[in-house]
Design a protein around this ligand. Sequence first.
Ligand SMILES: O=C(O)CCC(=O)C(=O)O
Length: 203
Amino acid sequence: MNELHPREIRGFRLFDGLLDADMQAAIVEDVRRVIRAAPLFVPVTPRGKPMSVRMTGAGRLGWVTDRGGYRYDERHPAGGAWPAIPDRILSVWREVVPEARDPECCLVNWYDPAARMGLHQDRDEADLTQPVVSISLGDDALFRIGNQTRGGSTESLWLRSGDVLVMAGDARLRYHGVDRIAVGTSTLLGAPGRINLTLRVVT
Ligand SMILES: O=C(O)CCC(=O)C(=O)O
C-alpha cells in the first residue's frame, strides 16, 4: 500500500491512491471469488424500485433491500450464508481505521456505465460511532457529499481506482451518493464499470 496522507472533505478522509496497482488487482480477484460464492443481485427499494447498481456482500451480515425494507441479513437473497470478508480487504480497514472494531459486512456495489446511487445516509448500523470505509476499483466515480440532513449545498469529487474513503465521526451521517461513472478511465476491470466496497460494523 502507498503512504497514508489523507485529505479531508467535509469530514470525510480521502486516502488518494492508497492501493497500488498490484493490490487493486489482487482485491479484484478476491471480489470475483466473493461474487462466485454470492452472486450479484438487483436490489429493490422498499417502494419497489430496482436500484441501478448490482450488489452482493461478504461477512457475517450482508446489507439487503427489498419490499421488506433496508436491513442487514445473515443470508444472501438466494438463501446461502455470505462468504467471509477476504483478508486483504480486512487489512485495508485495519490500516486506515486501526481503532475501530473489525467490520461485519463488506458490501459490494457493481456499477455498470449507467449506474448511479442517489444521496443517502448509511444508518442501518447499530453503533454509529464506528466508521464506514469505502474502496474504489475501476472507472472513476463522481461522488457527491452533502450534509447531515437532506438538502443544502453539496460538494463533489472524483473517486479513482485505489482510493480509500473513511466516513467517521461527525461525517459518519453525511448524505453521500454517486452521480456518474466516467467510462474508460481505468483498465483494471478489463471492462467498463466500477466496483465499490463499503466495510461496515453492523452490530
Ligand atoms: O459507490 C460509492 O462510492 C458509495 C457507495 C455507498 O454510498 C454505499 O454503499 O452506501
